[in-house]
Design a binder for this molecule. Structure first.
Ligand code: BDR
Ligand code: CA
Length: 325
């Protein structure tokens, strides 16, 4: 089995991606580490506890991580696309004891400890801003070497952003961390960009079938997505909002699917990359160095074509939970 750490800013698509990991018979989730992003890190922790509880997998340890980016005081806290709490603002199940269910150890220390214990065996799937990962390499410079592989949802391949003209949300929230990770993580790295997700969007008919399955996980996703995807459909029709993709796009699930089953990725480009830190319009944008001008020794795999049928099947399976301990 693949040993997996999921680093997440648990919004709606993170929840879906995590359910995919929990349902995958070939994955063992060692830990979920939380980071700010779609909501505050406190909200993210609570969202993870909810997801694990719906899937009856409360035994998986949850760690609290970074509350904000490495640099910047005026960063906008989080997007409201998934609601203020990251899960559509529809749940009324506040758990006053949630803090007691979070591990004492900081998320970054936990990542380092697990990667050291299972050297070269851990697949890290990063679904939010990359702050925890950047801190990990600063605390332990050998951290990237100790990882088996890294999957990232973030960045863009054609200069198209969803929160700024050129930058995708996860990279825009903490460009310095994205820069550090893409410069210093020399482990095999797979990038799921914004455009990859949009190009491989699923239909709204598929979405209806997905969330109307008769399982607790499907009912949960139906509830938390109700406002968000209704808004998304409308927004796309009127081209009012660039954040949502063309159709049903569960962004983080594409990265998770690549980890669960590499054959969901039909084509990818092997290319050195760098994150722009200075541009007045392009800060946080991912640049693909197709001409190898940067003379970097490390290249990443930027996914370009998805097997949408296989991906859809993984999504469908992921909501048939709980079904496994
Ligand atoms: C990414 O931004 C977040 O809001 C989503 O959860 C996803 O990780 C998409 O740009
Ligand atoms: Ca996310």
């Amino acid at each position: 089995n693949k040993l997996v750490i999921i680093d997440t800013d648990c919004g709606i698509d993170d929840a879906q991606a995590i359910m995919m990991a929990l349902a995958a018979p070939n994955l063992e989730v060692l830990a979920v580490t939380c980071v700010f992003g779609n909501a505050t890190v406190e909200n993210v922790c609570q969202n993870i506890l909810r997801v694990l509880s719906v899937c009856d997998r409360q035994g998986i340890p949850v760690f609290q991580g970074s509350a904000g980016p490495l640099v910047g005081v005026n960063w906008s806290p989080f997007s409201d696309h998934f609601g203020g709490d990251g899960l559509g603002d529809v749940l009324e199940d506040k758990d006053p004891q949630w803090k007691e269910k979070i591990q004492q150890e900081h998320a970054v220390n936990a990542m380092i400890r697990l990667a050291s214990k299972y050297e070269n065996q851990v697949s890290l799937v990063a679904l939010g801003p990359l702050t925890n990962l950047a801190l990990a390499v600063r605390l332990d410079p050998r951290f990237p070497q100790k990882l088996g592989e890294l999957f990232i949802m973030g960045g863009n391949m054609e200069g198209k952003g969803n929160v700024t003209v050129c930058a995708e949300f996860n990279f825009a929230m903490d460009p310095e961390s994205a820069y550090v990770v893409l410069e210093e993580f020399i482990c095999p790295t797979y990038l799921t960009t914004w455009e990859y997700c949009c190009r491989n969007a699923l239909t709204w008919e598929f979405f209806e079938e997905l969330v109307n399955q008769d399982f607790p996980a499907a009912r949960f996703m139906k509830a938390v997505t109700s406002k968000c995807w209704a808004y998304s459909k409308e927004a796309m029709k009127n081209k009012r909002d660039v954040y949502f993709g063309p159709g049903f796009v569960s962004y983080d699930s594409y990265a998770m699917a690549a980890c669960v089953d590499g054959s969901t990725v039909l084509e990818s480009i092997e290319c050195p990359v760098r994150v722009e830190l200075q541009g007045s319009m392009s800060r946080g944008m991912l640049v693909l160095d197709r001409t190898k001008s940067l003379k970097k020794s490390h290249a990443v795999r930027v996914m370009s074509k998805c097997n949408v049928k296989k991906f859809g099947r993984l999504l469908m399976e992921s909501l048939k939970q709980p079904w496994r301990k």
